[in-house]
Design a protein around this ligand. Structure first.
Ligand SMILES: Cc1cc2nc3c(=O)[nH]c(=O)nc-3n(C[C@H](O)[C@H](O)[C@H](O)COP(=O)(O)OP(=O)(O)OC[C@H]3O[C@@H](n4cnc5c(N)ncnc54)[C@H](O)[C@@H]3O)c2cc1C
Length: 311
């Protein structure tokens, strides 16, 4: 960590000693964020704490806020770029109860920390269909609902029945469908810092397991065909402009294959920037800025980032 983050260590020390009295709380001090993101880049955070239930989550957030230390929820780190100087705050991961899934009729309810792969596998086991398209998205329920993750013309928001949130104030409530808005890679849960998605319920439908399995196979095949899955990445870097595709535009600009250090605009899918091994966060950011400038100068159009920069 840089930028005076050392001054946070005494405050962190206070939080840590209070947290260590909590049974089972897993704490990693000054973790390398590259170990917790799919891009495999990023410097250290102050600490990474894994909480297993709402009580532990409340406690960690309460202590951080009391000491004036920033905190963020981390899912699978598949949609973030952590800077090389790291994140001067506490990173919280939802584990334990937050990874559990249960069925009620045709609805599957999952914790914010459950992976989409777990969700799809659980639905398949239960003979429920509708979530198969999520199979190759390497995110968590919380991360995906927040951004309304989607692919192959479908979005997770269309399945959401209700979401349990923890507001910044600490208040928790279930939001029904009528309180939720989803649009392309966006939802009203993204607004305002400090909202945590604790659980989400998805409306599915009875489906023959054979049919679901075939769909899953097909979606996996399409991903392998179109995406450079052999390299670390964060999926699509830019949002598609209305009626167009960011990948097509980047290719048209002749930027496919462009390389800065160990970061490269994928030659298989131009909206992916891949880490060829040991890339720095700044190299990826440099490529992102290069693409944005080039597209702006040639097409008078600003490509908006889909991935989030930390801090
Ligand atoms: C190979 C590859 C393919 C991909 N394909 C797709 C695709 O087809 N479609 C698509 O939409 N995306 C895709 N992605 C991007 C990414 O997987 C999704 O955006 C995913 O939903 C991110 O979830 P996450 O848990 O990894 O979130 P993270 O990257 O960990 O976090 C992203 C943001 O969500 C916040 N967040 C995470 N969990 C919570 C929570 N419980 N409550 C509140 N905030 C939370 C974080 O604080 C952060 O602000 C792909 C990524 C990769 C690497």
């Amino acid at each position: 960590m840089e930028g005076g983050a050392d001054s946070l260590l005494p405050k962190w020390g206070k939080i840590r000693s209070e947290l260590e009295n909590t049974t089972g709380l897993s704490i990693i001090v000054q973790p390398e964020m590259r170990d917790f993101t799919t891009w495999k880049v990023g410097g250290r955070a102050l600490a990474l704490v894994e909480v297993k239930d709402e009580e532990e989550l409340d406690q960690v957030i309460f202590l951080c806020e009391k000491e004036g230390i920033r905190w963020k929820i981390l899912g699978h780190g598949s949609n973030i770029l952590v800077k090389d100087e790291g994140f001067p705050g506490v990173v919280i991961r939802l584990k334990g109860n937050f990874c559990e899934l249960k069925r009620e009729g045709n609805t599957v309810e999952g914790g914010g920390g459950a992976s989409l792969f777990q969700l799809v596998s659980f639905a398949l086991q239960e003979g429920l269909g509708g979530s198969e398209f999520l199979v190759g998205i390497p995110g968590t329920v919380g991360g995906a609902v927040r951004i309304n993750a989607g692919c192959f013309g479908k979005e997770i928001g269309s399945l959401v029945e209700r979401v349990k949130v923890r507001w910044k104030s600490g208040k928790k409530e279930w939001l029904t469908r009528s309180c939720l808005t989803f649009s392309y890679r966006d939802s009203n849960l993204k607004q305002g810092e400090g909202t945590v998605i604790l659980r989400s319920a998805f409306h599915l439908f009875p489906e023959d397991q054979k049919v679901s399995r075939e769909k899953i196979k097909r979606f996996c095949y399409l991903r392998r065909e179109r995406q450079p899955l052999e390299w670390p990445s964060a999926g699509s870097v830019f949002r598609n402009p209305p009626g167009d595709s960011a990948a097509r535009i980047i290719e048209e600009m002749g930027l496919k294959g462009l390389r800065v250090g160990k970061a490269q605009v994928s030659s298989k899918h131009s909206n992916f920037i891949v880490n060829l091994g040991g890339a720095k966060s700044w190299e990826i950011e440099y490529l992102m800025n290069w693409i944005q400038k080039e597209v702006y100068m040639n097409k008078n159009m600003w490509l908006e980032r889909e991935v989030e920069l930390w801090p």
